[in-house]
Structure formats: structure tokens, C-alpha cells
Design a protein around this ligand. Sequence first.
Ligand code: DGJ
Length: 742
Amino acid sequence: MKKILPIALIFLASIGAEARKQPKKAQFTHETVEIPAVTPQVIAVETAHSALILQVDEKGVVRTVHYGNRIADPGQFLRFDPRYYRDLDPGSLNYPAAGGRFVGNPALSVLYADGTRNTELHYTSHETSGDRTVLHLKDYVTAMEVDLVYECCPEADVIVARSVIRNGGSKAVTLTDFASSSLTVSARKYFLTHFHGTWAEEMQIDREPLGHGTKVLESRRGIQTSQCGNPSFFLSLDTAEWSETSGEVIAGALAWSGNWRISFEEPENGQMRIIGGINPYASAWPLKPGETFTTPDMIWTWSGSGAGQASRNLHRWARKRQINAGGRITPTLLNNWEGTYFDFNAQLLKGIIDDAAAMGLEMFVLDDGWFGNEFPRNDDRAGLGDWELNEKKLPEGIDHLASYAHAKGLKFGIWIEPEMVNPASNLARQHPDWIVQSPGREREQIRNQWTLDLSNPAVQDFVFGVFDRTMSLSPRIDYIKWDCNRSITSFGSPYLGTEQDRFFIGYIQGLYSVLDRVRAKYPDTIIQCCSSGGARVDYGQLRYFNEVWTSDNTDADSRIGIQYATSLIYPACIMGDHVSVVPNHQTGSITPLKFRFDLACTGRLGMELQPKTLTPAERAFADRCIKSYKGYRDLVFNGDLYRLASPYEGDDYALMYVSEDKSRAVVFVFNLAFRNRDKFAAEYKLQGLDPARRYKVTELNVDKSCWWGDGKAFTGEFLASGGFNPSLRKPHASAVFLLTTL
Ligand code: DGJ
């Protein structure tokens, strides 16, 4: 026994020595690599009213020292010490990397070949050319390089930021955080507004004060970017309230259609660090020597006069620089989905086209159900993937319908869902390896369908082919509704082999490359982005699409909240808003036709019903609304939005659009509950008008006006001072007023 113990100890010690030997690879030299000194300086990225001011110290550390109003002499920030305690840098680093003194949530973290993870970025140079500033940063030990790119839209007070991350070393590395942009701001209070939701209840508002710790907004659903949250936010500074017209507000949005993450971290010194980018969840990204990774764009705006201005900034930028043909006036339309669902034939559709033309609508859109023969698409259980015309349902062909619509003066649109496949389809049988899946696991179905693996170039070709072949069904196709009715589960790609971490990002890169090809070939086709309603509303998609289907919920009561919240980030020109029947198919609610029309007219007006269900009086009313809408829709599409009352705060919703030259405006008011007389005085203070000009006010879509001032003229000053108080008392009373200068 006595002898055994020392032998066992020697054995155990040798195991310990073995274990200690294992991590030997890292070469710790104990020699410090010298960081070249740089001349301290201030770099100001400026728009008309805002400035992002970066300070570079003598060690080349770049800090955000200001994001707010434009400052006449930003050079004064050279003297500013952003550290609250000499030895600590609690986080004002402009693009914090995991390593060095930084202990917060990083924008960048890198796993190196030797197993180390420390990255410290230093300024090397920068250049500004026109509205574009690029800072070059480098880690002198690992040779990682980051270019921080800032592109300004001065007239909209928007700064678009992205990062280009390069492996300048000689060994492969893995990026485990790779944010687009980071910003640190300082205030006494932070009040966050963000969006949550679910199917048919997208874009619901959440508001909360932020304190110490980290608040994370994110999506891990792969492709339905925005069903449960939207990659965007508002941060009000120095207040615990939402205000449309006062206070400092920073708004941000990420232009990425996959998994995203925006975090808000208040470190110990009370600053707020915001980081936005692709969600690195299950997506560590490998970079070989010399390779780069370019992040998606993070869009920032600042307003010193409340949230309304921040929205207008984003809208103006988006119309001018981001949305495909932003601000283009797209046609009013009739979509047959809620009118027929899958149950139609050419005769029925031609009847709908006749009625749409008679009501003055400008396009007919044929929704789901026109394809599949062996697996006909007569419900949502079959046919997706087999994009050939259903010969039994529509033997006359698509061109027959499109020509009919054109002959009646209507444009023609058609629905596709090219990223998806039903198990009951030829495609699923022919290409099981094209389906998103994980080895040995059940391929989960959502809405009876699977997702095609767009990280695979063969699938990308197929999806482009679906669009292309659909367009070839008729030279008279003017509009495509591109749907996407599920998110990703049991994720994995047969194509990617052992590189599964590339899947989530690779899918979206594949989708964008398909959309690039689509837009190269079809630059003018109007394309609607639909995803079970509004599950893909983001500025990444909008580079390619003209509009979105905000929600499958067509109930006007529900849509008020959805459309109001969508308007915080996205302009009205992208919002497809349809009048449908009552009781509403999703909620069972009954609302007046006028209320439904007035609300649909706040975006791109459409109808989604069988017109034969309307009474002659309702038809006549529809004609009238469509006609009047055409007279002011340029304001909806391109005017500046002013929100006058929020449905989240009271029993009404009111908004107005004002032309850029302030010569015309349209005001919408919606009453959501019974409101008694005491609420009438000085109800709405109109905004955005020229105080000195006189505006004639005309109420539309009524025989008897609800305001004593109808038909009269008032100065902008008067209307902004509380003179506008239409008498709307009953629930679901609504009104539309056109203002024109004399
Ligand atoms: C979901 C969409 O949001 C609806 O508008 C409709 O197009 C259906 N898909 C068709 O399946």
C-alpha cells in the first residue's frame, strides 16, 4: 500500500503535466510591440444640424466625444478628457474591440489562430471626401484592420456607418462579434422606444427607461427580420417621456434582413453605448489572411426637436438614398387575396378586374394559388416550388389576364414565394438537399412549408429563375408581390458542409445577390416585400423593394397602431394599406367603410376584397375616396410627416403630410373611442405649415363637414395655434382635410 501511493502520485502528476502541456501553442514573447504615436486630433462627421465628433489621442485611441447638435468649433473637443477616471476607459471607444482596457460589450471580437482574443485598435489615418469619411484603424500586434466608413446625407441629418474588417495577419482568424457601428452618448436619463410584435400584430411599441446593465434587442429568426421586433429604435435623452416636438432624440436602424442585434449598455460612468449589427448568434465568421468582411449599414440620425424630426430625417434619407425608386408614386390596386383566397378562375378574376377599373383603381394583383399542376396550389399544403401555371385553374394563362387588365387600363401584378417549398411538390422530391435542415433532425414545417437554402448558389439560381420565369409569363407584368411565410428553424445547410456557421449570414448574402440580379434585369418592376405581412420590414430589403405589406391584419383598428409605429422609422411611400371587408377576416371587428378608407389613404391605397360584396352606395363612396386620394397622394408619398396624436397615448390618431415647399398639406384624424365635448378645444395644433401663408381647408370624402372652418382660409400660424378642432365624437369617426395655399 505504502509503495502504491507514490507511484499513483507520479502517475497523477504526469497527467497534470500532460494537461499543462496542451495549450503550449500560444507564443508569449513578453516583448511589447510599440504603438506609433500619432498627433492628437478631432474628426467631425457633420450633417446640416448634427455632428458626430471623434477624438484621437496620442496613442491613436479613437473615442466618441459627441453625437448631437453641430458645433461651430469642434476642435475644442481636443482638450476634452472623456475618461471619468484616469486609469479606466469605461467605453467611449468609438469601435470597441474585446481586449485592452475595454471591459464592456464589444463591437469587434476576434479569435486568433493561437487561441488569444485580445484586440486593440489604433488610429492610423483617415480621409474625408465629400460626404464620406473613412477612419483606418489597426491592431499593431495581430494586424487586424478596421475601416470605419461614415457616409452623410447632410440634408436629412443622417449618418450611415459601416465597418470593413480585414485580416491583415498571416493566419486565419474567426470574428465572433462584428458590429456595423457603435456610438457612446452621455445624458442624465435614457428613454428607449422599440418595437415588438407577432404575426398580425407587428410593430407594437415598447417604451422603457434604461438603467445600468445591457438591454439587447435582437432577432434570431434567420429571415423574418421584423415579425417580433424591428431592427430600429429611438433613444430620447435627458427625459423619461416620448415627445414628438421637443428634446434630443437619437434614432437608429440596421439595413440587414437576417439575424440582428442592437444593444444598449450603460456602464458604471452613466454613459450609454449603442452597438448595432448582425447578430453573431451561431455565426462566427472565418477570415483567411487578406480577407475582409463588410458589415451592413447602420443608419443614425439625431434630432434636437423631438421624435417627429428624427422620423422625418429617416424618411427623407430613405426616399432619396435607400428605398428602391423611393418616393415613386405606385398605383392604387386591388389584390384578390381576401376576396377569393385560393378559389378563383379567369372569369371570376376578370369580373374583379372590371370592378377595380370601374372604381378607378390602377392595378390588379393576382395573389397566391395560380401555380402547380401535379401538386396544385389549392390551399397552403401543396405546390410551393413548382412555379408553373395551374392549367386547370387558369387554362387561359397569365398573359390573358394581364392583357385583360391592361385593356381595362389597369396594370397587372402577381404573387410569388420563391424561397419556399411545400413537401408536397416536385421540387422537394427533386432537390431534398436544397432544403434548410440539420443532419438527423426532423425538418420542421411552418405553414406546411420548408425554406430553401439560399446560401447555396444553385438555390440562388433557382430563386432568380422563379422571378425571371414568372416575368416571362407575360410582357405585361408590372408588379411582383414577393412573399416569405416562415422563419428558419432546425437551421443548417447541406451545401456548407462543416462551415455551418456561415449559414445565417450566407443565406442573406445569397438573397441579396439574387435581388441584385433581379434589379439588374428588372429595374422598373414594382416589387412588394411581403412576409406573412410585415415580417421583413427593414432597410436592407428596401434597397430592392418599393413597398411592404405592413401586416396581414387588415382590421383598421389594429392597423392604426401598426401603421403609426411603422411611420416612426419608415416613410409612408412604402406602406401598402388595403381596405377589406367587415367583419374583418382576422379580428372579426366591424368598422365603417369611411374609417377604413381614410386610414388606407395614409399610405399606398389599395383594396383587398371581392368588389361584388359592396353595395352601390359603398361603391360610389369607394370611387369618391379613390378619386380624391389621387389628388393628394403625392403628399403621402413625398411630403413631410407630422404626427399630431398617438393612438398609444390617447383615444385618437392624427397625422399630416406637408409638401416640401409647404404649399399643400393633408390632415387625417381618427377617433378611436367616444370623446366628449371637453376634449374639443384646441384639439390639434397643425405642424410644418408656413405661418405667414393662408391655407384653404377642404374636407374630403364627406357631404357634411365636421369642422366649422371647412371651405375657409386660415394662416399657418392660426392653424398651428390650436385653431384646428374638427368635431369628431363617435368611435370610428374620421376625417381627411386638404390644405392648399391661396
Ligand atoms: C401571406 C401574405 O401576407 C398574404 O397577403 C397572402 O399573400 C398570403 N401569404 C398568401 O399565401
